[in-house]
Design a protein around this ligand. Structure first.
Ligand SMILES: [Cu+2]
Length: 154
């Protein structure tokens, strides 16, 4: 009887160890793989200095003064290269409302690929998911159509 209990506790102990091992292996490897994949993709994108550091999230700044057509300020950096389905945040450092709306800047026609909506002054936009299909996506500010940028998905 005593021997049986001892034997059972060894078996329970051993199976708990294997469960813990399995959990730690499953818990670590997908994240590591994803992080490595994202960094590798970003490393190949020439103009994507911000994306590499953030583990997949890229920030584009709407600089102070960019609501003025004569300031020479615009989306920064531009153009930006991201992975398919990447997250981009537009950080509005200006004292005016802005948007980053994909579409045709010349006709000011949104194409529905992505849109920050109105981004309040001195506030970052919500995270915006980029298209999964590779290509060059032009975007502009609906309030200041002279503000034009390009997101390259590759
Ligand atoms: Cu604007």
């Amino acid at each position: 009887m005593k021997f049986r209990q001892f034997e059972r506790s060894i078996i329970i102990g051993a199976s708990m160890v294997s469960v813990l091992l399995t959990v730690s292996i499953l818990g670590l490897s997908p994240t590591d793989t994803m992080a490595q994949g994202t960094n590798a993709t970003n490393a190949t994108g020439a103009a994507n200095a911000t994306g590499a550091a953030g583990g997949g999230e890229t920030t584009v700044v709407m600089p102070l003064g960019s609501s003025s057509s004569t300031s020479g300020e615009g989306y920064e950096p531009d153009p930006v290269t991201v992975s398919p389905g990447a997250i981009v945040v537009w950080d509005n450092e200006d004292n005016a409302l802005h948007t980053a709306t994909s579409g045709n800047p010349d006709t000011q026609t949104p194409d529905g690929k992505f849109d920050t909506g109105y981004v309040t002054a001195n506030t970052p936009s919500k995270p915006v998911t980029m298209p999964t299909e590779p290509g060059e996506y032009k975007y502009y500010c609906q309030l200041h159509p002279f503000l034009v940028g390009t997101i390259t998905v590759q």
